[in-house]
Design a protein around this ligand. Sequence first.
Ligand code: ZN
Length: 420
Amino acid sequence: MELRDQLSAALNDLWEDAVKSPKHVKAGLSKKMPELANEIRNGEFDNSKKFIDDLLKMLNVEEEVGSFGNITVRINTKWTLALGPKNKNKYTNIITKIIRFKRDLGRPGIYTNDVKFYDEYQERRRNILADTMQYELFGDVNWIEKIMRQDSSDEFKRGNWSVVAMTGITHKAFGECLDALDKASEIVSKKFSQLIYGKVYITSSIHGSRGTIAAYSDATDEMTLSIKAKESAGDVFSIIHELGHRFIRRFWKDRDAQEKFMRLTAEHRKIKVPVTVEDRERMLGEFLKMVDDVRNNVKAKTSVDLNRWSSWLLANKKNIQFLLRKYALEKDDSVLDEIKSTFISEEDGTVELDVSAQEDFWVSGYAKQKRSWQENFCDAFAMYMLGEKLLPEMTEIMDGLSIKSESIDRLVFALNEVAS
Ligand SMILES: [Zn+2]
């Protein structure tokens, strides 16, 4: 067989396995449970054991036995991010219950010579297990079936995404949140179209990381989007930020670039930031708007750029402080022209500012507060995609990012995912 044929045969096998795996068993799980309970009453445990194993596999729950015999349970279930805090809690409790049940089912019972006592004990045990299966777990699994929306009959394509509405969300309510998704996808696609794939769960509340607009699940490589998302700059930013997490987790293979980005945070040093005439003109506009705000008693905000530039002005143009005071506080408009020319400065070329890399490394208050290079990267990633200015070193790293050559890895990764 040709290598190419072998490869395609192997891929076919993977695909077949994936389709047949318990993950893909469609609804109706709980239907089996009353019958399984009867079997337990009759002393037949095998089918129930298999059922519980399959159930845990399907929900992507892993058990790991540690070196001290302690067991760690990892719930990698997709869509759990999309559950609100209350349902997520309920779900976790149910998983704990199922695992406890699994252990009880596997226990050998007691050793005794008293035959009568032994028989009574076994009957009692079988009844307790059967009741748990028939009444308690039956209701729980029913609930899970409802909330996980296994039928996914109303899952639909939106661009490259598969959109799934969580329980209680109707398609009519979608409107704007999908516009936000489209907008973010369109922007990201300019350079990283491979990031746009897979499921997006639409939910009414997100329990998790940043804000409440969007979330990315590392474990399952899926997105969750709040129904409240709008096509506003902030919400689009949040969605792109989450796609940044997907980039780090699944696509960023260039360890050198990653290390370079991380190292930026650790190094205290001055770097040069170029400020062009156009930059200065833009900042003048921003400044004048800010003065208006001050005059109207509106709380004014300054950008990083303007902060930097005004520190430079204060250090290098001695009269600026006097002019600014006159203009902003005394509302004296006669000094405006002088302010304008000082602001743009008499030099027509690019001015190089010395700024501390450490200070500017945190591209946002959010990243700084989290003190996490990943969060910082994701915000920087979003800023970069939206055309906002970054440290030149950071821009250089972003320019160098590419996932085009890694599309093969992506394919292999996707196949491993469906096959596992
Ligand atoms: Zn984040």
